[in-house]
Ligand binder design. Structure first.
Ligand code: NDP
Length: 274
């Protein structure tokens, strides 16, 4: 019988994870089934118990269950403990291992797919929600020269920065606080692009040759990437590569095999083409 995996979320119908994992499995000769499963907003724990009872070996977790998955895990990776959120679960008897592959996926997309090294770079991270928290430690591990977290609610950015003070000095404030500075990498980890909104970023934040990275992806240019183009960012990328790379990292945790992400990303990109 094929091993069973799934992604839990609410909503979940839009998820590209089943197609990504099916492509990984086919290319690497792994015998598995990967499904999208809708869990009730107040029924995540029950959904996980049912899935384990049905023989499920592992699950990805997306909005709004990442924090609940963190609490449900009986064992956590160091990066999941830092992130306070789990996007990958592996089940083995009574052991529920929780990991967070979002940061590794983001870093791998930048360093491998985009050929952008983070070492010695000035990074601006926009947003102070779950996605932002999940990528901070992996970003700092690449040894940037500085990291600034800017958020609409400045207090959340300041609190987030303080929680990483044992690793590095991280500066924080509202968007206006970035005025007068320029950055080699600007990452949009807000959900503003989801509602088609632009961020009030001061001019001059994109250094020559800088990378503008929007975690959001979809058909066409996001408002953040349009702004980055107008303000002269050298390279612009959306979060489709991050999605594929975080999935590859989860696949590796479950199967011990690192899938080739290049053809899978190319196929998804072609499907998104306007
Ligand atoms: P959260 O709800 O946890 O956080 C949302 C953040 O966006 C907060 O910092 C919030 O600011 C800010 N925000 C929301 N609306 C606006 C606005 N109109 N103007 C300015 N700031 C705004 O969301 P997540 O952190 O979970 O997700 C953020 C984004 O990252 C989403 O678009 C998600 O799709 C994407 N993502 C992509 C992944 C990928 O694989 N490509 C993986 C994970 C996430 P405030 O604190 O002031 O409310």
């Amino acid at each position: 019988m094929s091993d069973l995996y799934c992604v839990f979320g609410n909503p979940i119908a839009h998820s590209k994870s089943p197609a990504i994992h099916a492509a990984f499995a086919a290319a690497s000769g792994q015998d598995l089934i990967y499904e999208a499963r809708l869990a009730a907003v107040d029924g995540f724990q029950q959904a996980i118990s049912g899935f384990i009872a049905a023989g499920g070996k592992g699950a990805n977790v997306t909005v709004p269950f990442k924090e609940e998955a963190f609490r449900l895990a009986t064992r956590l990776s160091e990066r999941a403990a830092r992130a306070g959120a789990v996007n990958t679960l592996a089940f083995n008897g009574s052991d529920i291992f929780g990991d967070n592959t979002d940061g590794a996926g983001l870093v791998r997309d930048m360093t491998h797919n985009l050929g952008f090294s983070l070492a010695g770079k000035r990074i601006l991270l926009l947003g102070a929600g779950g996605a932002s928290r999940g990528v901070i430690a992996p970003l700092l591990a690449e040894k940037p020269v500085s990291l600034f977290i800017a958020n609409r609610s400045a207090d959340k950015a300041v609190a987030l920065a303080a929680s990483f003070a044992d690793i590095a000095t991280v500066n924080a404030g509202n968007f206006a606080k970035t005025k007068g500075n320029s950055f080699d990498l600007v990452i949009n980890a807000t959900s503003a692009s989801l509602s088609g909104e632009s961020l009030p970023l001061p001019p001059g934040i994109f250094a020559p040759g800088s990378l503008a990275y929007d975690m959001m992806y979809g058909k066409g240019e996001t408002p953040f990437l349009a702004l980055a183009r107008e303000q002269g960012a050298g390279v612009r990328a959306d979060g489709l590569g991050m999605l594929v790379e975080q999935a590859a990292e989860a696949f590796f945790i479950w199967r011990g095999v690192r899938p080739d992400t290049v053809p899978v990303l190319a196929e998804l990109r072609a499907k998104l083409a306007p």
